[in-house]
Design a protein around this ligand. Structure first.
Ligand code: SF4
Length: 157
């Protein structure tokens, strides 16, 4: 019997955050905002999940209290150049898509996405230029751990 495939429309930085959290072996509960990050995080690392990358509010944003009329009204405080989370997310996702040369018309399994994650790691300082360098260094370590965990997972029969 064939397994059901789960299709997700996701912002690429959300997927990279999930790989980072996967590298830390986090078990995530429901976020106070009520969004769907943890639900997708616990489903995405399987052969039956397919991801299409979008630059707009995504499946993670479902049920989020900060999503009003399809706009993220949240703010960020870790950079000098952006205040609106929506504007920063759009900027960041476009940057990652361009650097990784992601085809937004295609769907990817998390396994197919590994080479792109490796390019993400090689360019992480450029991608997050403007963030605190120490945080980017920690992110890199955890994403690398996450990539190794995904590889191990998919080597298993
Ligand atoms: S609506 Fe904003 S705060 Fe909520 S999950 Fe989406 S990006 Fe995050």
């Amino acid at each position: 019997m064939s397994q059901r495939t789960n299709h997700y429309n996701l912002r690429v930085h959300h997927v990279c955050d999930m790989v980072r959290d996967f590298g830390q072996e986090l078990t995530l509960g429901t976020h106070p905002y009520g969004h769907s990050y943890s639900k997708i995080f616990h489903r995405i690392f399987t052969k039956d999940s397919q991801i299409r990358f979008i630059i707009e509010n995504d499946d993670v944003c479902q049920n989020c209290c900060k999503l009003i009329k399809n706009q993220c009204i949240d703010s960020i405080h870790h950079r000098k150049d952006f205040f609106s989370k929506q504007e920063f997310n759009n900027y960041l996702d476009q940057r990652i898509i361009d650097i990784l040369e992601i085809d937004i018309m295609k769907e990817y399994s998390i396994q197919e996405f590994i080479p792109y994650l490796e390019t993400y790691c090689e360019n992480i300082n450029t991608i997050y230029h403007g963030n605190e360098e120490e945080n980017t260094k920690k992110r890199l370590q955890n994403v690398l751990r996450g990539i190794n965990r995904i590889k191990t997972l998919f080597l298993q029969p």
